[in-house]
Design a protein around this ligand. Structure first.
Ligand code: IMP
Ligand code: MG
Length: 197
């Protein structure tokens, strides 16, 4: 794994993004819609740099299946959204790769008749877009590499890293991490056996 953006660079990037958004005390209320799960860290850091007034909502999207690293069919869950009619919406996602996720989310959200929909991503992969839309705000443009950390995962792992790292092919081999059944060891309790080899 190679670090490509340090904790400090990410911090500065998020501060820059927060300055782009007009979210001062006198601004009209903003509804920030984070895309689960990848945007959790970004949303948490971003909103603490905004003065408000703002609301936070979430949608869930998944385009990767298991350990696959190419985009598959998009699955979208929007059933926990508040009423968006006449709201000023900012959709926040971790990364813009082909752009299909964000494009589909915008299309779905527009059916709720918000007054405006803007989009913000921490990362955009260079030269990968397959759609006509582009994010309104981009933290960093990165080369076409598979990255993890700061909310982004590979097969559900690595979201907690405070920095961003590129995953090399050998890092993607799941069975390198041997999963050993947990054993509850209780002293003098011989009824609890060792895991089988
Ligand atoms: P898109 O629809 O191709 O733009 O893909 C966007 C979604 O795919 C993002 O919200 C991420 O969840 C996921 N994704 C794309 N590239 C990466 C990556 O390099 N690492 C982790 N997740 C990624
Ligand atoms: Mg995502």
């Amino acid at each position: 794994m190679r670090q490509i953006l340090s904790q400090q660079q990410l911090d500065e990037g998020v501060t820059r993004l927060a300055q782009f958004i007009d979210c001062s005390k006198s601004a009209p209320p903003l509804t920030i819609i984070g895309v689960l799960n990848g945007s959790i860290v970004l949303v948490a850091d971003l909103i603490r740099r905004l003065e408000g007034p703002l609301r936070i909502a979430m949608v869930w999207a998944s385009s990767y299946r298991g350990d696959a690293i190419t985009a598959g069919n998009l699955e979208l869950r929007m059933d926990v959204l508040p009423d968006l009619k006449d709201q000023d919406v900012l959709v926040v996602d971790d990364i813009f790769d082909t752009g299909h996720t964000l494009q589909t989310i915008i299309k779905e959200i527009s059916t709720y008749n918000p007054i405006r929909i803007r989009t913000l991503v921490l990362l955009k992969k260079h030269g990968k877009s397959q759609v006509s839309i582009a994010p309104d705000f981009i933290g960093f443009e990165i080369p076409d590499e598979f990255v993890v950390g700061y909310g982004l995962d590979f097969n559900g792992l690595w979201r907690h890293l405070p920095y961003l790292a590129a995953l090399d092919p050998e890092d993607r081999v799941e069975d390198k991490v041997a999963i050993v059944p947990a054993v509850r060891r209780v002293e003098n309790d011989l009824s609890i056996s060792e895991p089988e080899e």
